[in-house]
Design a protein around this ligand. Structure first.
Ligand code: AMP
Length: 213
């Protein structure tokens, strides 16, 4: 059966970076509800307007909205052979909806990215994103040669509004209360593997390849 890979972990645990590597290596599309919501905000759609205040405050957008986004996205032809879900599900309600959407079509595997909280805060507040190509840098661990310019495409680097420290703390608290229960939820279904996420990007990627092999 085709595989649906869920990357589960707190904000800043490296899900997006690893999803991009998985795409480069295996061609499985990265589906990030965070990216989809940010795109809706950028385009100023009704959904974007609804989501913006919640996202800026570090809260979770309603289950109905994100489940709707995922339901539509999974019907796109590039998902026919499987995909990587980055940042979805984030609640038990979302996990139950996902199970219903893929039943009989995909085998689900979940990678939990385990990273200590102090490292997450440092990573998130130091994160810089290229507005043009989406590349992710970090002022401490993976800086671009010039602080405001993307090494890859020359685009401008910015900090996400929700990567400021106060919002980061709120996002981590939301992870603990809303998303952490999913670890047990998936573990009890025998589909969860843990990845030690406080290592270098390449080392984590090797670990993921071993787990999936
Ligand atoms: P991310 O880029 O995954 O950190 O997501 C950024 C923000 O988008 C989150 O802090 C939430 O406000 C919202 N968001 C992304 N994915 C979800 C989801 N599955 N459920 C609810 N809100 C989400």
């Amino acid at each position: 059966m085709r595989m649906m890979l869920v990357l589960l972990g707190p904000p800043g645990s490296g899900k997006g970076t690893q999803a991009k590597l998985l795409f480069e290596q295996f061609g499985c599309p990265q589906i990030s509800t965070g990216d989809m919501l940010r795109e809706a905000v950028r385009r100023g759609t009704e959904l974007g307007r609804k989501a913006k205040a919640v996202m800026d405050a570090g809260g979770l957008v309603s289950d109905d909205i994100v489940i709707g986004l995922i339901r539509e996205r999974l019907h796109e032809p590039d998902c026919a052979n499987g995909c990587t879900l980055d940042g979805f599900p984030r609640t038990v309600v979302q996990a139950e909806a996902l199970a219903g959407l893929i039943v009989g079509q995909f085998e689900i595997r979940v990678l939990y990215f385990d990273v200590p909280e102090d490292i997450l805060v440092r990573r998130l507040t130091g994160r810089r994103n290229c507005v043009q190509c989406g590349a992710i840098f970090n002022v401490d661990s993976a800086p671009s040669a010039r602080p405001d310019v993307c090494d890859r495409c020359g685009g401008a680097l910015t900090q996400r509004d929700d990567d400021r420290e106060e919002t980061v703390r709120r996002r981590l608290a939301v992870f603990r209360s809303q998303t952490e229960p999913l670890i047990e939820w998936y573990r009890s279904r025998g589909v969860l593997e843990t990845v030690t996420g406080d290592r270098g990007v390449e080392e984590i990627f090797r670990q993921i390849q071993q787990v999936l092999a």
